[in-house]
Design a protein around this ligand. Structure first.
Ligand code: ATP
Ligand code: MG
Length: 457
């Protein structure tokens, strides 16, 4: 006897399904939420699919707040307890002239038709309590074997909508699933369609992808697909570097293999934009190296060149300025001095602020880790020490910027120094001495030094 699947639905979802049922309509939880529930994960959001048309959904839930998310495509958002439940009418899609949008959508009566238009078998299951799990395309089996497989013929599914290629790679990276061979082939055969996908959609998928637990495998195995998005990476496939593994054996790998591998050392950050910038910098910090080799450029540093190429890519992806600035700053400082003393950590803190300095130390640790070359190992251990010092400085509230200096412009004015410009240079002079630990950060000492400076200058 087939095992009865039971998924525990949130009360809000039960409520929406019940309301539609009472009025003679079908409704199911569908897609990612069913997939995640079957995997024992908590879904981020719950999407629903129904045979009621969007106007009917709006009328039935008129006592609640609803939003027209895409009426033409059948999607109404029902808001309950501040959460949006996207409810979409069963539909099929017709014609994809541009590799990204269906030319038309058509509402249908049969849920199977709706599931058939979905991208992968694991995303094409629906569930409600009455009918149990609807799985027409072997989604559960693929989930069990951690496999991504297109619903239907992969080549046509990817050429209908090339974004599915990136979704496939992203799911593979994030879920740790392998891509079934026919699906992988279909993907490779449809890559040119990626050129029609908007920068925003590419960047949204790509950043999620590089945060996945299997990002390094996906980036290496499907490098030819990434080359379509970022032609700048091609030389990284051809430039080999030697390294010594932990048994002392000399091995070789390409710069792309190395950069993708370094991603596995990046920690998860609460602040996603920081994690995106860090991961992007780790993956793209070598872009200048092959260019230098090929063009024999000697007057422009490796880091500056890598940063310039990376910046162009970020611009093309329409990334936010702050993400782009952070990633570029990290790449530029790839080989900055690492001194294991507090004063230099404080100088970095003063220059970059807390967030970027923190990221810079993590960046160094990711790109240096696993390279068994004495000089690099030294930098790696030094950067670990710097991270410790950073924690200590922040925990103790030690001074590294004017805000923590125990003297202010007002104090100097009270002491009779009134010229704003001179006040500014005195404060910076004092801050510098405090950072270098030449004087203590106490008011009396600082005032004494301020007066000395004033009289001398
Ligand atoms: P997650 O939200 O975890 O990223 P998801 O599977 O829920 O994953 P959504 O983008 O929220 O992804 O889409 C919801 C569902 O809509 C998917 O599970 C899939 O069934 C369908 N879907 C989304 N995008 C596409 C697409 N480009 N082609 C076909 N079906 C799609
Ligand atoms: Mg979703």
């Amino acid at each position: 006897m087939e095992e009865k699947i039971n998924i525990s639905l949130p009360v809000e979802v039960e409520y929406i399904i019940d309301m539609l049922y009472k009025n003679g309509y079908n409704c199911y939880a569908v897609g990612g939420c069913v997939r995640d529930s079957l995997m024992g994960e908590k879904p981020k959001d719950w999407d629903l699919t129904t045979d009621a048309n969007p106007e009917t959904v709006k009328n039935l839930f008129s006592h609640l707040q609803t939003v027209d998310i895409g009426m033409k495509h059948g999607t109404v958002g029902i808001i309950i307890n501040d959460k949006v439940y996207e409810t979409t009418t069963f539909r099929c899609e017709k014609g994809y002239g541009d590799n990204r949008h269906p030319d038309a959508v058509e509402f249908v009566r049969d849920v199977k038709e709706d599931l058939k238009r979905r991208d992968f078998t694991v995303n094409a299951m629906a569930y409600n309590r009455k009918d149990g799990l609807l799985d027409f395309f072997g989604g559960r089996r693929d989930l069990q074997y951690k496999t991504l497989r297109c619903v239907g013929d992969s080549k046509s599914r990817f050429s209908e909508d090339a974004l599915r290629i990136l979704r496939c790679l992203r799911f593979s990276s994030v879920l740790g699933f392998s891509i079934e061979p026919e699906t992988a082939l279909g993907m490779r055969e449809s890559v040119q369609g990626l050129k029609n996908i908007s920068a925003e959609r590419i960047s949204s998928e790509f950043f999620k992808l590089i945060c996945g637990k299997d990002a390094r495998f996906v980036l290496r195995r499907y490098k030819e697909i990434f080359k379509i998005l970022f032609p700048e990476i091609k030389p990284l496939f051809e430039t080999k570097i030697k390294y010594r593994d932990y048994n002392g054996v000399i091995k070789e790998r390409t710069l792309w293999q190395y950069s993708a591998g370094a991603l596995s050392f990046v920690k998860n950050y609460q602040e996603k934009d920081h994690e995106y910038a860090l991961r992007f910098a780790v993956l793209f910090h070598c872009l200048g190296s092959p260019v230098m080799e090929i063009n024999n450029i000697t007057d422009c540093g490796f880091e500056t060149l890598s940063a310039a190429v990376a910046e162009e890519i970020l611009l093309r992806l329409h990334c936010s300025n702050s993400l782009s600035e952070t990633a570029v700053a990290l790449i530029k400082n790839r080989s900055a001095d690492i001194s294991e003393d507090k004063a230099s950590v404080k100088r970095l803190l003063n220059k970059f602020g807390y967030e970027k300095t923190f990221l810079l130390f993590d960046f160094w640790q990711c790109i240096y880790r696993g390279i068994n070359i004495p000089e690099i190992k030294k930098r790696y251990f030094a950067s670990l020490k710097c991270s410790e010092m950073l924690y200590e400085i922040v925990r103790n509230g030690e001074c590294y910027r004017l805000r923590e200096l125990n003297i202010t412009g007002k104090d100097l004015i009270s002491a009779g120094i009134v010229d704003g410009k001179i006040i500014g240079s005195i404060l910076n002079y004092l801050l510098n001495m405090v950072i270098e630990e030449e004087v203590k950060n106490d008011k009396e000492t600082l005032m004494k030094k301020a007066k000395e400076y004033f009289l001398k200058n």
